[in-house]
Design a protein around this ligand. Structure first.
Ligand code: F6R
Length: 615
């Protein structure tokens, strides 16, 4: 994890770096730091805490002038979050300074070697080992910084996106990447470095995304030189035009990014199917699917790999693919799949789902599947992300930037993309009649409007949240397509309010969880009309007779559940396979309001990070 930012050019580096770090806080926020260089002195300030803490500290500590600088916001891996372990880290001579996102796995043996050679360490970090290794290489062979970085990185096992500068070279920053993202923004005689393009989007629309095992020498006023770390060959970098704009990454009047992103779902879902779903012509156009139709149709099964919320979207997709396209689906936690010696063949299609496109476990699962000859299709939100590039083909969700750590619009747009794929395959396989197909397309087109309507329950959900905010446990139940939504609802509550919550298939309740139910236990039950409704109503009866408090998520106009439940939250009617796109909405709002009422940091919950680029 961690976010990195750097600048070299003709502007003051400090405001660019501090604003950039604030935009990257979703990647980590337990400590932050900046090193600025005015051509004579390196000025370094760092602190435990958020970028705002750094901002408060820095102006009293150092002068912030200088047109070269690097900054870091951290999610701790090696060493507890404190001032000393914060980045940037300096080499023993004080000449070299580094920021690093990733993990140096062999840092311990490298550190022991360096200690033998007289180096001392202030922090517990792997990064301080790396900067001293670079210094050691540079000194022992009297090398330029770029060469020393290259030789040092060839001794390193692990993952990194780094930016390094040398006090003796006031016009140069060296960057390198393996396994962690690194973008370089190209302005007019100025360069920006960042974990993603958001820190420099107002300055330039041109960027290079370094590939794994590439490094770049960035010199003030000169052309960037990109090289392979392994063998020093020069690479002609591809300059990408960025589509992101500033408004997309700001809060737009909402109190939190999470709330903004929940309310963006109607337009995000629309953007996901825009140009792909053509209901008048009764077709779905998805280039990545069309170009690889033979592989999809020949597949013995589809294996979905993902983590967290994306894994829940995969579970919803399992129901949809099997129901509509009659293709067997297995959904795997990427972290288990990669270590399980799974049986994969060339006849498998693997779909990897990831909002960030950077999740380390999902990436490793993709590499494993590719090595066994499977065709791998990516469903990512972040354009140009590592997973988007590592997969054979894919479809973007087009949800726009998701900044809140708790995933919301990514989930519903992932389900939307996966539904489009399932429908397209169903049509190609002939498992759906043309009228059923057309009916599904027309219904899917109404979903953004129905999400808008579901969002109108916000004020009522807030009232319900007030009643249950002090509960110590929650149970979430759902069946069929809505079982994964129960898991997702529980995850949302856990991660932002720190209340313990469990999601279960409703019928499974009587095999254990029912023992937990008493008058203290709120049970959120998804009981929409088309999803095994009568069975779920029976489950509600069972909860009621044990005095559990029932919050029902029901189809508009429902009367039966209303009679039994303590509260009902209505969502519009739709096809059963599309209902997760609506039932999710009140669950997101419930977790949001409870977390706000409990004064939790909604957008940056403790111990979490938006992009999990470590195992
Ligand atoms: C939960 C959440 C995480 C992510 C998970 C995978 O709200 O955000 O569970 O879903 O870390 O991340 P991506 O989708 O970026 O691979």
């Amino acid at each position: 994890m961690c976010g990195i930012v750097g600048y070299i050019g003709h502007q003051e580096a400090y405001p660019i770096i501090i604003n950039g770090l604030q935009r990257l806080e979703y990647r980590g926020y337990d400590s932050a730091g900046i090193a600025l260089y005015d051509g004579t002195n390196i000025k370094l300030s760092k602190t435990k805490g958020k970028v705002s803490d750094l901002k408060n500290k820095i102006e009293s500590e150092i002068s912030t002038d200088g047109t070269l600088g690097i900054g870091h916001t951290r999610w701790a891996t090696h060493g507890v979050p404190n001032d000393v372990n914060s980045h940037p880290h300096s080499s023993n001579s004080g000449d070299l300074v580094i920021i690093h996102n990733g993990i140096i796995e062999n840092y311990d043996s490298l550190k022991k070697e360096l200690i033998k050679r007289g180096y001392t360490f202030k922090s517990d970090t792997d990064t301080e080992v790396l900067i001293n290794l670079i210094e050691d290489v540079q000194k022992s062979e009297n090398l330029k910084l770029g060469k020393a970085v290259q030789i040092a990185l060839n001794q390193v096992v692990g993952a990194y996106a780094i930016a390094v500068f040398d006090k003796k070279k006031p016009n140069e920053i060296v960057v390198a990447k393996l396994g962690s993202p690194l973008a370089i923004g190209i302005g007019d005689d100025e360069f920006f470095i960042a974990s993603d393009a958001s820190p420099f989007i107002e300055y330039t629309k041109n960027a290079i995304y370094l590939e794994d095992k590439e490094m770049a020498i960035i010199r003030r006023g000169k052309k960037i030189k990109v090289r392979k770390i392994e063998n020093d060959t020069e690479v002609d970098p591809y300059i990408q035009e960025l589509k992101l704009n500033l408004e997309q990454i700001e809060k737009g009047g909402y109190e939190h990014f999470m709330l903004k992103e929940i309310f963006e779902q109607p337009s995000a879902i629309l953007d996901t199917f825009r140009g792909r779903l053509l209901s008048n012509e009764a077709i779905i156009k998805m280039v990545g699917v069309e170009d690889n139709m033979k592989k999809f149709l020949a597949a013995d099964r589809i294996i979905i790999v993902a983590c967290g919320t994306s894994w829940h979207a995969g579970l919803v997709a399992e129901y949809i693919f099997e129901d509509l396209a009659r293709i067997p689906v297995e959904v795997e936690y990427a972290s288990e799949f990669r270590y399980r010696n799974p049986v994969i063949t060339e006849k498998d299609v693997v779909i990897a789902i990831s909002q960030s496109g950077e999740t380390a476990d999902t990436l490793a699962a993709i590499k494993l599947a590719k090595s066994k000859g499977a065709f791998v299709f990516g469903v990512c939100n972040v354009v140009g992300s590592t997973i988007a590039r590592e997969t054979h083909a894919g479809a973007y969700t087009h949800a726009g930037p998701e900044i809140g750590v708790a995933s919301t619009k990514a989930f519903t747009t992932q389900i939307t993309v996966l539904t489009l794929i399932a429908l397209r395959l169903a049509r190609a396989k002939g498992t759906m009649s043309s009228s059923e197909f057309r009916h599904h397309l027309i219904e899917l087109e109404t979903i953004p409007g129905k999400v808008e309507e579901a969002l109108k329950s916000d004020a009522y959900v807030e009232t319900v949240s007030e009643i249950y905010k002090d509960s110590k446990n929650f149970l979430y139940l759902g069946r069929g397509f809505n079982f994964p939504v129960a898991l997702e609802g529980a995850l949302k509550l856990k991660e932002i309010s720190y209340i313990h919550a469990e999601g279960y298939p409703a019928a499974e309740m009587k095999h254990g969880p029912i023992a937990l139910i008493d008058e203290q236990m709120p049970v959120v039950v998804i009981a929409t009309k088309k999803g095994h409704y009568e069975k779920v109503v029976s489950n509600i009866q069972e909860i009621k007779s044990r005095k559990g408090k029932i919050i029902g998520i029901v189809t508009k106009g429902d009367t039966s559940v209303k009679e039994l439940a303590d509260h009902v939250i209505e969502v519009p009617d739709t096809l059963e396979c599309l209902s997760p796109l609506l039932t999710t909405i009140p669950l997101q709002l419930l977790s949001y309001h409870i977390a706000v009422m409990l004064n939790k940091n909604v957008d940056q919950p403790r111990n979490l990070a938006k992009s999990v680029t470590v195992e």
